[in-house]
Design a protein around this ligand. Structure first.
Ligand code: FES
Ligand code: FES
Length: 213
């Protein structure tokens, strides 16, 4: 038996009478914490008046004017509204699709001032005076845009969910001059995912519309 073991067995605890035990300390702090928490709950509404609470809940909104497919719209939107939600929920243009809503699939691709963008990542409030083109704005009356026709001719879709984004991206790709070869098309269309795996036919459609097929 070691000296330390025998000493602890023979002697009473050496804690001074006034020092709280561990158990007392835990019990005391729990009660105090409860009182503080309850006080906070009771004090909450009085600190944050009804007016302040309402102001905190109301999200800021903005008014903007932009053109979509050549038609001007003036709208008031929550500042957090994406261009995709503005198109689909406010303007009823549901051609642009919401796939990932995170910039990863390209289903929401539209043109803003001639440049392709992921509309799910674009804040509507930043588009004052912008010119937006969606898939609904490509055809001229009954005459399809060459890329729309090419997608049909080449059977370049299966479920069709990615197709509006593919077509809009292909329009941008052609305008940027990136349709010189299959490899170039694949590279510059790589942000547009097709879960049905129609990539070979999509590339053929872009080639057809660019006059290479
Ligand atoms: Fe915008 Fe997927 S929905 S990139
Ligand atoms: Fe189905 Fe592309 S055709 S996801």
């Amino acid at each position: 038996m070691s000296a330390e073991t025998s000493g602890s067995a023979a002697s009473p605890p050496t804690q001074p009478p006034s020092a709280p035990s561990r158990r007392t300390f835990i019990a005391t702090t729990s009660v105090a914490g409860g009182v503080i928490a309850a006080g906070g709950l009771i004090a909450g509404p009085s600190l944050l008046g009804a007016e302040q609470a309402a102001a905190a809940e109301a999200s800021p909104s903005s008014r903007l004017t932009l053109a979509v497919n050549g038609r001007r719209h003036t709208v008031t939107v929550d500042n957090r509204t994406s261009l995709l939600d503005l198109l689909r929920e406010h303007l009823g243009l549901t051609g642009s699709k919401k796939g990932c809503n995170a910039g990863a699939c390209g289903a929401c691709t539209v043109l803003v001032d001639g440049r392709r963008v992921n509309s799910c990542l674009t804040l509507a409030v930043r588009l004052e005076s912008a010119e937006v083109t969606t898939v609904e704005g490509l055809a001229k009356g009954d005459e399809l845009h060459p890329l729309q026709q090419a997608f049909i001719d080449q059977d370049a879709f299966q479920c069709g969910y990615c197709t509006p984004g593919q077509i809009m991206s292909a329009v941008g790709c052609a305008q940027e001059g990136h349709t010189g070869s299959k490899e170039e098309i694949r590279e510059w269309m790589s942000g547009n995912i097709c879960r049905c795996g129609c990539y070979v036919k999509i590339v053929r459609a872009v080639e057809q519309a660019s006059g290479r097929k």
